[in-house]
Ligand binder design. Structure first.
Ligand SMILES: NC(=O)c1ccc[n+]([C@@H]2O[C@H](COP(=O)([O-])OP(=O)(O)OC[C@H]3O[C@@H](n4cnc5c(N)ncnc54)[C@H](OP(=O)(O)O)[C@@H]3O)[C@@H](O)[C@H]2O)c1
Length: 310
């Protein structure tokens, strides 16, 4: 049990202007959602961790406590404009909020900023957080949230690029399966491949992942992989075409009963991460002069589904 006094920033009792800045946190997480809170609750067992929520009201609610797994977690939660300094900042907002999160991260004067988001967000992150060490890793851990709190759903890996050794050690000490991956680009592209095959299709057809392996969806799934494979290879993907198909099918099989995050977003009426996943692939293909008609069709159709009725 730490002797540290919780730094509670509530809307009801705003911190007086005269309160000195607290000491730097070793770790901060921007994005108090499913994965952010699940990581924060783990890290808080061994280290002080600041959680940066969307706004002051959200920070105040979190300070009262939130269920994470079977326990009540009372994070040291902050509004973005009051975020404290931190050595390492982990970004876990949805991709559409990356720019705002990156600006918050820059204000925290960290040694490094690591995104563990899906999609490819590193350029956006670096554009809005011009520090020397800003990069995107990957995680295969999972979590979901509903009105009752956050449920971590399975332990996976956390792979971080070189330069983030200290952060990887901190995460490992907290019990996360974290390590430095010297060649992060192929690993990131392999995860992107899986996401851009499964996620948009599941959301478009409103089916669970396993159904994508059956007719008629299987044709779409295979077409998305076939089109994406050469584009991602040109960017550094290190899978041959057969292995690319096998990887996507294996994930669909292993997560057969899951609802993909993009499907959950569509069902909840929230914006999806389509642009950071399929949108990025379309941009890469355009730059390479490659044709990705099925991805373009999926992007167009899902954008219509997402668009507010008007
Ligand atoms: N969940 C998983 O199993 C999983 C697994 C691997 C990767 N990922 C990736 O991890 C990222 C986060 O996913 P998630 O499922 O944790 O999403 P989530 O539950 O929607 O959490 C995101 C949180 O960030 C908050 N937020 C938005 N803008 C912010 C800002 N500018 N400053 C501070 N907080 C802000 C959101 O607030 P509001 O609630 O107000 O929107 C929300 O609480 C995504 O890129 C996702 O693809 C998720």
């Amino acid at each position: 049990m730490t002797t540290f006094q919780p730094l509670i920033a509530t809307a009801a009792s705003p911190r007086p202007q005269t309160t000195p800045n607290p000491a730097r946190y070793p770790v901060a997480i921007i994005g108090a959602g499913a994965l952010g809170l699940s990581f924060a609750a783990r890290i808080a067992r061994t280290l002080r961790v600041a959680v940066v929520a969307r706004d002051r009201a959200a920070a105040a609610r979190l300070c009262q406590g939130v269920r994470v797994g079977d326990s009540l977690f009372q994070p040291e939660a902050w509004a973005p404009e009051e975020a404290p300094q931190a050595d390492w900042v982990i970004v876990l907002v949805k991709t559409g909020d990356t720019a705002a999160a990156a600006r918050s991260a820059a204000r925290m004067q960290p040694l490094g900023v690591l995104s563990l988001q899906n999609g490819l967000v590193e350029p956006v992150l670096q554009a809005h957080c011009p520090l020397p060490r800003v990069a995107q890793g990957i995680t295969t851990t999972g979590a979901f949230r509903d009105a009752s709190g956050v449920t971590p759903s399975g332990d996976g890996e956390v792979l971080v690029p070189p330069g983030f050794e200290e952060l990887a050690s901190m995460l490992a000490r907290a019990g996360l399966d974290a390590r430095v991956e010297d060649d992060i680009v192929p690993a990131r592209l392999a995860k992107l491949l899986v996401n851009l095959a499964i996620n948009p299709l599941a959301a478009l057809f409103r089916v669970r992942n396993g159904e994508l392996l059956e007719a008629p969806y299987r044709l779409w799934l295979d077409a998305l992989v076939t089109e994406a494979w050469p584009v991602l290879c040109a960017e550094g993907l290190a899978l041959d075409e057969a292995a690319a198909h096998a990887r996507v099918r294996a994930v669909a099989r292993a997560t057969a009963t899951n609802r993909a995050s993009m499907l959950q977003d569509v069902l909840a009426g929230r914006p999806t991460e389509l642009d950071a996943i399929t949108g990025v692939l379309i941009e890469l293909a355009a730059r390479q002069g490659a044709a990705v008609p099925t991805h373009r069709a999926v992007h167009r159709l899902l954008s219509l589904v997402e668009a507010p009725a008007g």
